[in-house]
Design a binder for this molecule. Structure first.
Ligand SMILES: Nc1ncnc2c1ncn2[C@@H]1O[C@H](COP(=O)(O)OP(=O)(O)OP(=O)(O)O)[C@@H](O)[C@H]1O
Ligand SMILES: *[C@@H]1O[C@H](CO)[C@@H](O)[C@H](O)[C@H]1NC(C)=O
Ligand SMILES: [Mg+2]
Length: 342
């Protein structure tokens, strides 16, 4: 820990000297201030592939489609339309995580980039009565942001809760127009997240498992037909899909499969690692056993997906603060077997 700190400090000092000696102020400014150029916005296909493989568990289909779609789009200097991905699946299966991995491999600042925009209807557009205001606001934002940076990314969370009028207002931007009011949207990326079709994906995955086949053998075709049918027939999601799908504006449907016990274990192990703890299988088993599984009878899939793992892990962790004059605080895992403490 201390060694790392010293090394870091060393780098910082060297960097400082180098910067002060050779760079004019403007370069320093653009070095620290995010701009829409290759210093800050550059796609890393190998990085995306590696991240999907090592961080997104149990989603071989989604990983494959995302990698193909984003790589194809980012390597095309003259796309015909913006890239529109529609991510579907049960709660806690990694839709937001996947969007984050995409952002991390395009923007140096990842989700914190000023070119990445996340909209959550319940948060950003809460009042139905204000929908007209939101519509013009949203169009204004998309226009302003794409004007500032062609490679902007817009993520719409909880798409099934979004007012149809608002979805309508996005439609022109995701269409095949060369330019709209003098602005080209063709290099922008739109990602829609929703739970629509989750039941159908779960059913297909379950049937597949029951027929004795390996989850990884599941192909997009297996999920696609059932998914599009269920999405179209769903009262809540049918509307927005109809407006976007009928015109073929969604480029890729990306199904997220329900997660199994073994994936929950993987999530728990990864979460411990992310917190700087040494991953403990015992803790992972306990965590995975503590959540509920469905559907009825089969109990094969985690109902909250991997969603509660991070917060549940807190129960197993005890922060031990060592007096301020020694090293920074250290975390230790507590085995909370009855009667024992610490
Ligand atoms: N397939 C996965 N692999 C690794 N971690 C996952 C996976 N799915 C979910 N997680 C973890 O679980 C938590 C919730 O995931 P995320 O927010 O991506 O779910 P979601 O699919 O967007 O769910 P919701 O539909 O409820 O919004 C995050 O901490 C995420 O890292
Ligand atoms: C870009 O979008 C954000 C919302 O994510 C908004 O606050 C901002 O005003 C927009 N910028 C422009 C120039 O429109
Ligand atoms: Mg989500």
């Amino acid at each position: 820990m201390e060694a790392t700190f010293k090394t870091l400090l060393g780098y910082f000092c060297i960097a400082n000297v180098v910067v002060n000696a050779f760079h004019p102020f403007s370069t320093i400014y653009s070095y620290f201030h995010e701009s829409c150029d290759s210093t800050w916005v550059q796609f890393n296909a190998a990085g995306l592939q590696a991240d999907l493989k090592s961080q997104l568990f149990g989603q071989h289909l989604a990983s494959r489609i995302i990698l193909k779609a984003v790589t194809g789009f980012m390597n095309n200097n003259n796309p015909q339309k913006p890239l529109v991905l529609s991510l579907h699946g049960w709660t806690g299966t990694g839709k937001n995580l996947a969007s984050k991995l995409i952002a991390n491999n395009i923007y140096k600042k990842g989700m914190d980039s000023s070119f990445v925009h996340l909209f959550v209807p319940g948060l950003n557009f809460p009042k139905e009565i204000q929908v007209e205001k939101y519509k013009s606001q949203l169009q204004h934002w998309i226009r302003g942001n794409v004007t500032a940076c062609a490679h902007s990314m817009f993520i719409f969370d909880e798409m099934d809760k979004m007012h149809p009028g608002l979805i309508d207002s996005i439609k022109p931007f995701v269409d095949y127009y060369e330019k709209l009011d003098g602005v080209s949207y063709r290099k922008a990326m739109f990602i829609f997240l929703s739970n629509a079709g989750g039941e159908s994906i779960t059913q297909t995955t379950l049937d597949f498992w029951k027929s004795g086949k390996d989850r990884e053998e599941l192909e997009l075709e297996d999920v696609e037909i059932a998914l599009s049918l269920s999405v179209f027939n769903n009262k809540n999601s049918g509307l927005w899909h109809a407006t976007l799908i009928n015109k073929n504006l969604v480029d890729f449907f990306v199904p997220f499969l329900p997660l199994e016990y073994r994936h929950v274990i993987q999530c728990a192990m990864a979460e411990m690692k992310a917190r700087g703890l040494s991953p403990d299988p015992d803790v992972a088993y306990k965590l995975a056993l503590g959540i509920s599984y469905g559907p009825e009878y089969d109990r094969f899939f985690s109902i909250p997906g991997c969603k509660m793992i991070a917060s549940r892990l807190n129960f197993f962790i005890e922060a031990i603060t060592i007096p301020p004059d020694s090293k920074p605080s250290v975390f230790r895992i507590r085995f909370n077997s009855p009667g024992k403490k610490g």
